[in-house]
Ligand binder design. Sequence first.
Ligand code: DAH
Length: 342
Amino acid sequence: MREQLRTIEERALAELESAADEAALEAWRVRFLGRRGELSLALRGLGALPPEERPAVGQVANEVKQRLETAYTARRAALEEEAVARAFQAERVDVTLPGRIPALGRLHISTQTLREIYDIFTRMGFAIYETPEIETDELNFQLLNIPPHHPARDMWSTLYTDREGVLLRTHTSPGQIRLMREMCPAPIRAILPGKVYRYEQVSARYEFMLHQVEGLVVGKNIHMSDLKGVLEAFARQIFAGMRRWRFRGSYFPFTEPSMEMDIECVICGGPGCPVCKYSGWVEILGSGMVHPRVLENGGYDPAVYSGFAFGMGPERIAMLKYGINDIRYFFSNDPRFLAQFG
Ligand code: DAH
């Protein structure tokens, strides 16, 4: 029986060496140390021994059991250590590798252009004032001297809402009325930036949503020469002296007289292209002396006060600054386009 116990021990220790994982270790434990394991089975033979031999053999059996348990615990600890070491190795981080640079966001080209415009006008003493994108027909048209059914409405393809008399503003000009009504009778020198909406077939030249920056100056003794001076100072700064401009007589219902400012087309450099409609010039803004009826609608007495106004398109300006030949690039969110600015 001692012999049997010894061979069990030898075999058990040999097999323990090759138990390489948790499952094998558990199988080994059940097989040798379990309640129905080899050791327990062998000990059942103890009763068949002569009584005087039993204590000595029992003691050997206990010693074997203890050695196996100690070996088992040691093996288990060794396996766990190996597992931890393996995990450390696998998850090792090489802190000397160069880092990955995360992609940085940047300001949209329209926002950048708007901010340049803000800088130029605030340096000239203009305040910035924002008004709603959802407007009434009254403010967007009627109070700007465009009555219902007036043919000048064709100048703005309009997106109407389900609500009678409510629309998406087609220009920032209704802000003129809001601002005048709020400030009257104080003098005004402000720009009104924001988004405007048009019921437009989208093309290289037209978008259904774009930005505008309205300008409004109201006071005593304001003249056309003030308007020209401000617009020229603006053009010189925004194009850094790189583009020629011209003024051209025009018509807007809310200004009299009216004029537009053109910048030489840089897409084609003069001979003509789809962006400048083959004229060599691109209109960047409409302007004029505020119509007496509009001053009145704002609460100002046109016999005492006069003013000028203008409305420009920052996207148009950015196209001329950077030679962008299609306005659709601005809002189609292609990062290859947007990443070129800033
Ligand atoms: N609101 C005009 C448009 O969207 C632009 C404009 C023209 C604004 C003349 C003005 C102005 O303030 O005086 O086409």
